[in-house]
Design a protein around this ligand. Structure first.
Ligand SMILES: [Zn+2]
Length: 422
């Protein structure tokens, strides 16, 4: 080693052994370790908080398709964790879901064949059977006070909403009849125009250009009797006309913001959300991926095109097993799922438009098939959504409003208005 090299080395050694330098090295590595643990624990703390709030607040969900699931697939014991389907007692309790509205869904085909009222009756009886089979776990809620009491007893309250006004069968007296049977809201139509109003899914000639004369009478009668008006599924024209007729706030039991799915009339435009909020209404956000992002919607229609092509080429109907297998394979290879974060975006959007008082949950569990977002696959995942809302700065009070207070305000207003009429 020559002298100049030796000098360089001793200079380097001096720097490395300098206590200030050593301190900086150790301190900076400690800082980053501390920083990582700190950020990990704050995420964990937030998730813990989300879980606590999910259990503390009465989570109310505007739309769960359990009755139709039982009708199609056969009766199931919902008191245990079910292998299929989205909803059961165990998963609801895990996620803190207390008041899921059971959808009494009557398909539009019954408008043609008749028997809509009988079908509604059958579905109502299936909800009653859940409660009589497991009286320690479930009870039908006929009103807000019922829901509050049932939840306080540790049970899950099952209010009912009728999806499609077809079971009224053109007879106004059936509004009162279904109220007595426990129906708390009516979604005025479904996938086709009915005798009440036009459907957002009808892309052809609209029957009434909105709400029919009979439909206006139905809305007034629902106000009088105390059934909430649900505007999910109705056409835009029908929506505005309903808003002009109803004397109490309305709900959208399972609709999302059209802002994210341009042109999809089944979701609500910004202007409609504003109009709904103007008289105190609430939009309950649908979790189905194709309600949440345009990308999921496009993927879903591409998948169904492929399935349709396969059926045509092989002369199959959607009931054939090989058509079902093919559709499942396509769906597995091309997943349509968005993320719970995308669902949280809908809450932000509505809150930015009209404030915190007009938004809630309308999952559509058991109604949207295998299209539920990552992180929101069944009711046990409610805390994941609450976590993302907390992360975005929503306060406990905000979360409480979203969980139940907003929609309960409409439910109460509906009951009070009806009370003032009699
Ligand atoms: Zn629906």
């Amino acid at each position: 080693m020559n002298l100049s090299n030796e000098k360089k080395h001793s200079k380097l050694a001096k720097i490395l052994l300098n206590p200030i330098f050593l301190f900086l090295i150790v301190a900076s590595s400690m800082w980053s370790v501390w920083d990582i643990t700190k950020s990990e624990s704050s995420e964990e703390l937030l998730m813990k908080k989300a879980n606590e709030l999910a259990q503390k607040f009465i989570i109310t969900d505007g739309h769960i398709d359990v009755p139709w699931r039982l009708h199609k697939g056969g009766y199931e014991d919902l008191s245990v964790r079910t292998p299929g389907g989205d909803f059961d007692f165990i998963r609801a309790k895990e996620g803190g879901l207390d008041v899921p509205f059971m959808s009494i869904y009557v398909p539009a085909t019954y408008q043609e064949t008749g028997g809509a009222k009988a079908m509604a009756e059958e579905l109502i009886q299936s909800v009653e059977k859940i409660t009589t089979d497991h009286p320690d776990k479930f009870e039908v809620a006929y009103n807000v006070a019922d829901a509050e009491r049932i939840v306080s007893e540790g049970k899950i309250a099952l209010p009912m909403g009728m999806e499609n006004g077809a079971p009224l069968e053109g007879d106004l007296s059936n509004v009162k009849y279904f109220h007595e049977r426990g129906i708390s809201y009516i979604t005025l139509t479904h996938s086709e125009d009915n005798d009440i109003c036009d459907s957002s899914y009808n892309l052809g000639e609209r029957t009434h250009k909105g709400l029919s004369e009979f439909g206006a009478e139905v809305v007034k009668e629902m106000n009088k009797v105390g059934i909430m008006i649900d505007i999910s599924h109705v056409s835009d024209d029908a929506f505005y006309q309903i808003m002009d007729v109803t004397e109490v706030p309305a709900i959208a039991s399972h609709s999302s913001a059209r802002h994210f799915t341009p042109g999809f009339e089944r979701n609500m435009s910004d202007d409609m959300i504003k109009r709904l909020a103007e008289n105190g209404g609430v939009i309950q956000i649908n979790f189905g991926s194709s309600f949440v992002t345009k990308e999921s919607q496009d993927k879903r229609s591409a998948n169904s095109e492929k399935a349709k092509k396969y059926m045509n080429e092989n002369n199959l109907t959607s009931d054939d097993q090989s058509a079902k297998d093919f559709a499942r394979k396509v769906a597995e290879e091309n997943p349509v799922f968005c993320d719970v974060i995308d669902v949280a975006d809908h809450f932000d959007h509505v809150v930015n438009l009209v404030g915190i008082d007009h938004v809630g949950f309308g999952s559509d569990y058991d109604g949207v098939g295998d299209t539920l977002p990552y992180g929101l696959k069944d009711p046990s995942d409610f805390p994941n959504l609450i976590y993302h809302l907390l992360k975005r700065g929503y306060s406990e009070e905000d979360i409480e409003k979203i969980c139940y207070k907003n929609v309960w305000r409409v439910w109460k207003a509906t009951e009070e208005f009806a009370g003032s009429q009699s």
